[in-house]
Design a protein around this ligand. Sequence first.
Ligand code: NAG
Ligand code: NAG
Length: 351
Amino acid sequence: MDCRRMLCVLLCMIYMLHVTGLWWAMGRHLVLDPGRICRKTRRLRGKQNLICTKEPEVVTAIGEGSRMGILECQHQFRFRRWNCTTAKRSLKKVLTRDTRETGFVNAITSAGIIFSITQACSYGQLLDCTCERNAPPAALTAAPIQDTAAEGRWEWGGCSDNINFGYRKSKEFMDDRFRRRSDLKTLLLTHNYEAGRLAVKRYMKVVYKCHGMSGSCAVKSTWRKLPLFREVGNFLKEKFDGAAKVMPGNDGQGFIPEGATIKPPDREDIVYTEESPSYCEPDKKTGSLGTQGRHCNHTSIGVDGCELLCCGRGYEAVRRTSRINCNCRFQYCCEVQCETCDKRQTYSRCL
Ligand SMILES: *[C@@H]1O[C@H](CO)[C@@H](O)[C@H](O)[C@H]1NC(C)=O
Ligand SMILES: *[C@@H]1O[C@H](CO)[C@@H](O)[C@H](O)[C@H]1NC(C)=O
């Protein structure tokens, strides 16, 4: 494809590179003024173009969703050597590879986007979508209802978060442009996008409200509700820890697990093809920033412990003094008076 023919270089890049980082880079612009960007997308084709020109509210939700994704990534990775930093020289590189980190970032971004579109629908921000009034599929409802249906009658009612709309719309926007491609990198990317969407679906909640005389629960109306995004993040982090290494299939189609005894990854699993670097030292090629100067916990033996985080280079104790309010007293009447004290803190820092 010829980039120069595109009106907007930024959108051309999105179209050509499947790097999720660009969603993030775009996030702020989209939220501020989705219309402005969308006016420039006439050259984009297919579903993406349709959404961009006809549904700017969806584009806004996509921008917000990708930001949610990155914030969650930074939370989940806060103690890791690669901490999901958005520094361009790091994130961009990480996303052009196919390591576990790449897989996680793509999955959590996709999860953020389905989440945010679904939420925007419930808030009434999207024109062609309303809450879902039909009973959800049995698979989703079986467990919670059996658990609590000791008494009363169940009725589906109220307004369910429309996860099916979110699913359809986010898939259209993110996957459609790869429809005709089946190279390994694209397969990995769309697989991990799907894993992210399914993670949100899996954690949908069934909630209920009681109706009946004086607080009895003669009738319970139930609906489906989005989970906390943190739950989705925790789940995808587990999937990151157990991610499946794959390689191209023998027939040139798809991918298969690396190692004949390993069970093939299912749709919810994060997949990758490339081993991660150690991220110990700065390396332009991999996007590693190194861990020098990172705070670590010298009593922990986990990933946040100084031994692992500092890669055996050792660490130093840093003393820091900050001024805080202290000895606060309530004065009659009515104010609180405090003194300021020095609070001394020590933390450890990687050499
Ligand atoms: C992430 O790591 C980089 C260097 O590796 C560091 O500069 C940055 O402060 C870290 N971010 C957080 C939130 O800890
Ligand atoms: C450091 O690690 C120890 C042991 O895992 C834990 O109990 C403690 O809360 C950690 N400290 C901080 C500041 O995270």
